[in-house]
Design a protein around this ligand. Structure first.
Ligand code: ATP
Length: 302
């Protein structure tokens, strides 16, 4: 249920993005458009990102009347810092990210980017500054080219090609062919179009975000079901993507976790522990236990 709910937030965003950026809404996409629960203030200014510092300042949030899902959370992420969010299921990791995207309004506190309250700026300008790689890459039932360009419709052909190469999507895009005989970048995705594997979809998503080139990056990684060769290729593309950006990754992959500048361990909507992989292992707390669980009890690995 959580994933579906999160997913619907994402779809809503995708549809808004198309409305605003390309103005092409076809193929029944309207059916998934949903009313936006969060409203812009009248004449909301544009978010201006200079360095990419993110600050959660006394943030409280719950979905209904039950317990707080995010409980008085204080966290400053430095410009260019790469944060790994870790914690047991239901700890509030996805919620924290959804709040940064302003899919919901807060019950208390504020979130700022370079000192600007995200509730005060236009949602369009906020989301324009955030690139996102999720577990469920939503692709439009349109051409591969349209799927890549929707984050930055005015990109040049050279920029498009460069993003494709850096994401290692050039290994499969030229080979694509749909039932109408459209090839490569012009091949359509979806029911009557080409079927892409999970790894291919992820590389399209990476190329799309590379092209968008937003200063803030959110990654919600899958516990990988990809084969190790594709996994290695994607890992390389992801590292290229993260360069110079402020990154919040909901980190499931051990390979990613150990490379992050700082790990934030959430438990019941609060920060339970924070530090580097080595520091947290040495501390012997919740992270060390989660790590031992994931690595089958082998705590010494890094
Ligand atoms: P996981 O690792 O399982 O994805 P998480 O740490 O990302 O978990 P969240 O998805 O942020 O946790 O959920 C935090 C809490 O909020 C959970 O108790 C969850 O049931 C609840 N929750 C999440 N989304 C919603 C929603 N849309 N409506 C109501 N409750 C929700």
């Amino acid at each position: 249920v959580i994933r579906i709910v999160n997913m619907s937030g994402w779809i809503m965003w995708v549809v808004n993005g198309i409305f605003e950026n390309i103005g092409m809404v076809q193929d029944g996409l309207q059916t998934i458009a949903q009313p936006v629960s969060v409203m812009d203030r009248p004449k909301a200014p544009t978010l201006k990102v200079h360095s990419g510092e993110i600050r959660y300042d006394g943030v409280n949030f719950n979905y209904g009347k039950e317990r707080r899902v995010i409980d008085d959370l204080q966290l400053t992420i430095r410009p260019g810092e790469k944060i790994g969010l870790i914690g047991p299921s239901g700890a509030g990791k996805s919620t924290l990210v959804n709040l940064l995207l302003r899919l919901y309004d807060l019950d208390g506190g504020r979130i700022t980017i370079d000192g600007q309250d995200i509730a005060q700026v236009s949602q369009e300008s906020l989301r324009a500054q955030i690139g996102m790689i999720t577990q469920d890459t939503s692709l439009l039932h349109r051409s591969i080219r349209d799927n890549l360009l929707y984050g930055r419709p005015n990109a040049t052909e050279a920029e498009l090609q460069q993003a494709i190469q850096r994401a290692k999507a050039d290994e499969f895009i030229p080979m694509l062919s749909d039932s109408q005989g459209r090839l490569g970048l012009d091949a359509h995705v979806g029911e009557r179009g080409v079927k892409l594997s999970g790894g291919q979809r992820q590389r399209i998503a990476i190329a799309r975000v590379l092209l968008k080139d937003a200063p803030i990056l959110i990654m919600d990684e899958a516990t990988s079901a990809l084969d190790s060769e594709v996994e290695a290729a994607i890992q390389e593309s992801l590292e290229t993507l993260m360069g110079g950006k402020t990154v919040i990754a909901i980190a499931h992959r051990l390979s990613t976790i150990a490379k992050m500048d700082r790990l934030v361990v959430l438990e019941k909507g609060r920060i339970a522990e924070m530090g580097s992989h080595q520091q947290l292992l040495a501390q012997g707390g919740l992270y060390a236990r989660l790590w031992a669980h994931q690595t089958g009890g082998f705590v010494g690995e890094s």
